[in-house]
Design a protein around this ligand. Sequence first.
Ligand code: PEP
Ligand code: MG
Length: 580
Amino acid sequence: MDETTPAPAPAPAAASPVRAAIDGALLGVTAAPGLAVGKARWFRHAEIVVSEQGQGIAVENERFASAITTLAARLAEQTRHSAGAQKAIVEAHAAMLDDPALRDGTQSQIAAGKSAGHAWRATIRPLADALRAGTDARLAERADDMLDLERQLLAVLEGVETTVPVFPPETILLADDLLPSDILALDRATVIGLCVARGGPTSHVAILAATIGLPALVAVGPALAPLADGTPVILEASEGLMRVDPDADTLVAAQVRLAQAEMRRADMLARAGELCRMADGTRIEAFANLGSIGDARLARDNGAEGSGLLRTEFLFLERESAPSVAEQTADYQAIADALDGRPLIVRLLDIGGDKPAPYLPMDAEENPALGLRGIRVGLAYPQMLEDQVRAILSVRPTGQCRIMVPMIASLDELRAVRAAVDRIAAELDLPDRVPVGVMIETPAAAVTADLIASEAEFLSVGTNDLTQYTLAMDRGNPAVASGIDGLHPAVLRLIAQTCKGGAVHGRWTGVCGGLASEPLAVPILIGLGVTELSCAPAIIPEIKALVATLGMDACRAHATACLACTSAAQVRTLAREFAA
Ligand code: PEP
Ligand code: MG
């Protein structure tokens, strides 16, 4: 692919369908693609009523202590029965419950005559509100965890049930905001889609929805608020919109499309076990992105040929101390086992900056996305890096796990990791060289891909971050959510350059960012030279079926035309024409 001699650009396209004004439809940003036809139902956490005045200091202290003990035992029990993202969330709640500042604050309010419930809420709520008021999406998620914990303890104190409400079949859930724990608790038999006023397309909630294949729209804004429970809606998440109270013809047409899509899905699932090949036989690897053992099982059942990205952050975030080597080894081993020997690419920890870990004494940063994050943290805390590498290399059979380094900006960082991996591999007496690849997430890495590929075993483009850094748009900021499009020609040119740089040294280039799960993007990526797609597990059957229809010559010509476009909207117009 030569992006210096592009085909003529197509005529300027109309505005993207995501932002175009459409009568009777609410506009948002796709968090997980798909179509759902059902009735809107609001998901709201009811405020638990507590009396302000206590029944005496001794009584209230006793009630508080007993509620803490009950909730701690409940969380410990949940930890034992959960894994991955779910386990991390429950552990975060348990750690917060242990926080002496929260307990002291509550006890001093009780000493002033307040009830235990009032004292707890008055202590925790202002802290959560302060975190939410900031612009940092990750800290806002931590605030959500605090509110979750506030509710859980009040429920124990007041004897109120906190289970997720039961919704009727074909519910499209509306929410101002959702917590990851809410998504994990949803009944998939009744909830068929999500439409959220806040959030961004790459938040944890969006990643979890895409993982389980639940069509979801985020960043819809205040226009969602007036929608009444029971309103018929058509959620066209792939198109970034939700039709409200459609007329009978539109409803019937959507139901027909849905029935056809479900038949196609059943057919694709039946063939998902076949190896992913293009129509001309060219092999493309169809891998899955994972964050937990549950994801690994889902990926295997959907025909994943391996994992191109295990996000290990869920093991590390919101804990009071880093997980030990033994804990990490057990988690990685369980995921490797669930993949039945298929390759597993484990990404080194990508925390720091906007994904804070309490046990890392890092200063607050004005620009966390440009600060100490990704591999920069691992190099700043060598023991943490060493422990993680040791845990990954302890997984058996040897060779199943490969290592991937996030947020590389220059070759030196890879060299430092390579040296640590080689030293630990020698200590563990491993027979073979451990493959170490890099994520291409910074423009710097993309334009020097030829240099990096001279020492990296593979390259995998993280289009979520590459897009944010190329377009200078914060991926967690709803205000720019509609503009942050990985199909922008600038991002595509960087992917083209990455593939070329990799090919100089015979290295393969994959994509593990959200673009790999977008059917419109797949022919372009393949045409640019990408040979591995690491997708949300639920979409793998669709991606495999799509790849089977594609020819390499057509993909290359299509990609060349896309590189010559002047906007993401133009690329999307071409991509829709190509798919038609
Ligand atoms: C990416 O940036 O595209 C990526 C896959 O990493 P994450 O979304 O975890 O930052
Ligand atoms: Mg990233």
